[in-house]
Design a protein around this ligand. Structure first.
Ligand code: SF4
Length: 286
């Protein structure tokens, strides 16, 4: 809305011109398509091997995230408006191109972000398509919006990459700006219904590396192994902090508070690894 100043110095508002009937209909249809997941907002794509799931993966990064992790390496995905709206058919066509690669490598499709569960219906359509064709699917999520994932979506999810960013609520809040509880609840729901997962933990010296914080993550991961049929956690990945995302924060004009933080030492990684191993968890250091 445009503001103008009247002769009395009071602001007055000029109304935006009304939409034509055709424009209004188009807008209604677009909003319905977004709601139903026929259209989604995509940030970027990447073909990767040996990360984000088994084999060669087409990783689709969706835009928008509810968290603000201090170490985020993709802050350019935070704002959903910074992505490109794509019809789901456009994404499915791309996936189709790599079917042979997926088959040959035991790979598949990973939907990441940002936070994919900001657009659950879009993800659901992508995964349903993959599942029908025997393509492996992985959902890379913080779990904060896990309540938005329908059972149907999870039925079509081969693997969940669950980022447990901290084990203690106050450290989680400091790290992400949000609450820990929804992630814990989501992990339990996954384990109870038999979804396989890789638990991921970003190890940041001075932030997430406290002994008690790691103990809490490890205890939680171990507790998931006892739910449902058991053994839902196929792997724990310790991801050492690095500075690769730093320039993006500067470009976005965001304050980056970890500028002086160093990657964890080998010794620290070993200590954390031992904490997970002590609970019988299968640990992989990425
Ligand atoms: S959840 Fe992922 S994308 Fe969102 S702020 Fe954290 S690291 Fe960044």
């Amino acid at each position: 809305m445009t503001t103008m100043t009247t002769s009395l110095g009071m602001p007055s508002f000029t109304r935006p011109s009304p939409l034509s009937a055709e424009e209004a209909a188009e807008r209604t249809e677009r909003l319905a398509a977004i709601r139903e997941g026929r259209i989604g907002t995509v940030h970027s794509w990447e073909l990767v091997t040996a990360v984000d799931g088994p084999g060669t993966r087409l990783t689709v990064f969706l835009s928008g995230c509810a968290l603000r992790c201090l170490y985020c390496q993709n802050p350019d995905t935070w704002n959903i408006r910074h992505g490109t709206e794509r019809a789901v058919e456009y994404v499915l066509k791309r996936i189709k191109r790599y079917k042979k690669v997926f088959r040959a490598t035991g790979g598949g499709v990973t939907v990441s972000g940002g936070e994919p569960l900001l657009q659950p219906r879009f993800v659901q359509r992508i995964f349903a398509y993959c599942a029908e064709r025997g393509i492996h699917t992985a959902l890379d999520t913080s779990g904060f919006l896990g309540a938005r994932a329908s059972d149907d979506l999870l039925d079509h999810t081969s693997l969940v990459l669950l980022d447990v960013k901290s084990g203690l609520p106050d450290v989680y809040r400091e790290t992400t700006g949000r609450e820990l509880r929804p992630t814990l609840d989501f992990g339990r729901r996954l384990a109870s219904r038999g979804n396989r997962m890789w638990v991921r933990f970003v190890l940041v010296p001075g932030l997430t590396d406290g002994v008690e914080n790691v103990e809490a993550v490890a205890d939680y991961a171990a507790s998931l192994q006892t739910l449902g049929a058991g053994g839902a956690v196929e792997r724990v990945e310790i991801l050492p902090f690095h500075q690769l995302g730093r320039d993006k924060w500067a470009e976005l004009g965001e304050e980056y508070t970890l500028a002086d933080t160093q990657p964890p030492t080998e010794q620290l990684v070993e200590r954390v690894r031992a904490q997970f191993l002590a609970r019988g968890l299968p640990v992989l250091r990425a």
